[in-house]
Design a protein around this ligand. Structure first.
Ligand SMILES: [Zn+2]
Length: 513
């Protein structure tokens, strides 16, 4: 072969490698902006009112108006841990012991927004907010109770967002010095005083369990100790309320807003995180059942609104509590899901990707079986090692938010190593064919997942939050960009070999796979 022929042979792989690096960078940038878009408020279109089953109401449960309502929310308390709390068990046995679906995503401010408005995360458009809502929500239950009061242990921005007339602490964020005194003793004194006061509605938000969950995980002694301490605090608050001289009993609602993964973290639709324990007692007839009834958080909103004799916002699917308890709640009642059109588009993209991979593989093969070697086996290997070493990706797994996706890329390295080996063995057949065979199907999987999550085809103000697909889109993007970089390295190495006259240019090999 002439010198100029070899030159052209070198230019092609260099061009392909440059394109692969550019594509990897473009996927990286797109993934960054995709993750940022989770945190934008915006309603899902079309707004989906959850369809909760209705049956004829059960026996009257005494859930008419109550003189006073007390609500305790223990942030991040998993159902299994809550069932082991002695004080909670004792009080729940005197009233209604419930299992509550908090909807999706399982993020504190949005879930508490559901509790106080009766509208799901998808209806309100407050799906993944971790900062003060400005202005605060107005169409809420506390905004309709003149003397409603809230006391927050930590992150006061949450209760400041929900429409309460009075909030403690008054600051949106706790300063380090004032915060230490507040956490040490101020919070418990303020919560006790509020609970025994005359406000018709008092809300106490406990956050120590969630803090322990994030730091140590659900399967830790620290988490169980924080839960036990919150159980003690709960018992003190109930005792303080009962000691009020001459007053009638308050109606208590105790619940959580989400559970935690074993390793810590929440946000996704996992049943162990999305279903929490709830109790209603005091001024309520007890309910005897083998299994606690499964209701939805909007049913709790309805029970709160009924107790306080205020209305719920239009569009709330909250059922009378007796109806909700008798009818139950389907496992995925309020979870968003992709439309049939999106499934069809995703299927078409996958078929295109598969066709490109088979075309590139078959075109390069000499024997009937050898095209199978060219298929992108590295991708399922990489996916499975990420699941095995880390976990199945969900909105609860911190790895899907990391800007570089380094945790997932490291766990995918066995698949990437396989890609490097197959690419090195087959690059002599041409870098373009190699790219089509190894990366077309992974690219189609990323696009299909992006369609299913809503990242493609929704207005910019609608966050692409979908169980399963949002988190998988983040992983699929990391796999594609890491695969493209791996391919670029192999193609560049082949160009270097050609430049030094040691590689075999395309079409001259005698040992085809
Ligand atoms: Zn949390």
């Amino acid at each position: 072969m002439s010198q100029s022929g070899v030159g052209r042979r070198i230019l092609v792989p260099i061009g392909v490698a440059v394109c692969l690096v550019a594509a990897a960078y473009a996927v990286y940038l797109a993934r960054r902006s995709f993750i940022r878009s989770f945190f934008v408020d915006g309603p899902v279109a079309p707004t989906r009112v959850p369809r909760l089953p209705i049956v004829a109401a059960g026996p009257a449960l005494g859930l008419g108006p109550a003189a006073r309502v007390r609500v305790l929310l223990i942030d991040g308390l998993s159902l299994s841990t809550a069932r082991a709390l002695a004080q909670l068990n004792q009080h729940c046995a005197t009233g209604l012991d419930l299992v509550i679906d908090v909807g999706f995503p399982t993020v504190s401010l949005p879930v508490q927004g559901v509790l106080w408005s009766g509208l799901t995360q998808q209806q309100s458009g407050i799906q993944y907010r971790n900062a003060l809502l400005t202005p605060p929500a107005r169409a809420t239950i506390p905004a309709r109770v003149a003397d409603s009061a809230a006391v927050a242990q930590w992150y006061p921005y949450i209760v400041h967002s929900l429409g309460f007339a009075q909030v403690e602490p008054a600051a949106i964020e706790l300063e380090p010095a004032a915060g230490a005194a507040w956490l040490d003793s101020g919070f418990i004194s303020a919560a006790t005083a509020a609970v025994r006061g005359e406000s018709r509605l008092v809300f106490v938000h406990v956050l120590a369990v969630d803090k322990a969950g994030h730091k140590h995980g659900r399967n830790s002694a620290a988490y169980r100790e924080a839960a036990a301490a919150s159980d003690e605090l709960f018992s003190r608050l109930v005792a303080a309320d009962a000691a009020r001289p001459g007053g009638s009993r308050s109606r208590w609602f105790v619940l959580s807003d989400h559970g935690h993964r074993d390793q810590g973290g929440h946000g996704g639709a996992e049943p162990a995180i999305r279903w929490v324990r709830g109790c209603v007692f005091g001024d309520v007839e007890p309910w005897r059942a083998d299994e606690p009834p499964r209701i939805h958080l909007v049913d709790v909103s309805r029970a709160l609104a009924d107790a306080l004799a205020v209305g719920l916002p239009a569009g709330s699917a909250g059922r009378p509590l007796a109806v909700a308890m008798a009818a139950g709640t389907p496992p995925r009642a309020s979870l968003p899901r992709p439309s049939p059109v999106r499934w069809a588009c995703a299927g078409a993209l996958l078929l295109l990707g598969l066709a490109a991979a088979v075309w590139a593989s078959a075109g390069a093969a000499r024997r009937w079986w050898s095209w199978l070697v060219w298929l992108p086996w590295w991708w399922p290997v990489a996916y499975l090692t990420v699941v095995a070493i880390e976990s199945r990706p969900t909105l609860s797994t911190p790895m899907i938010y990391k800007p570089l996706g380094q945790t997932m890329a490291a766990a995918a390295s066995p698949g990437l190593a396989l890609l490097a080996v197959v690419a090195a063995l087959t690059v002599s057949r041409g870098p373009v064919r190699l790219v089509a065979a190894q990366l077309a199907l992974p690219a189609a999987l990323l696009l299909a997942s992006a369609v299913l999550s809503g990242a493609i085809g929704l207005p910019a103000e609608v966050p692409p939050l979908m169980p399963v697909w949002t988190a998988h889109t983040s992983l699929f993007a990391v796999l594609l960009s890491a695969g493209a970089l791996t391919g670029a390295l192999v193609v560049l190495a082949s160009a270097v070999r050609l430049a030094f006259g040691r590689g075999e240019p395309e079409g001259t090999s005698r040992n085809r796979p």
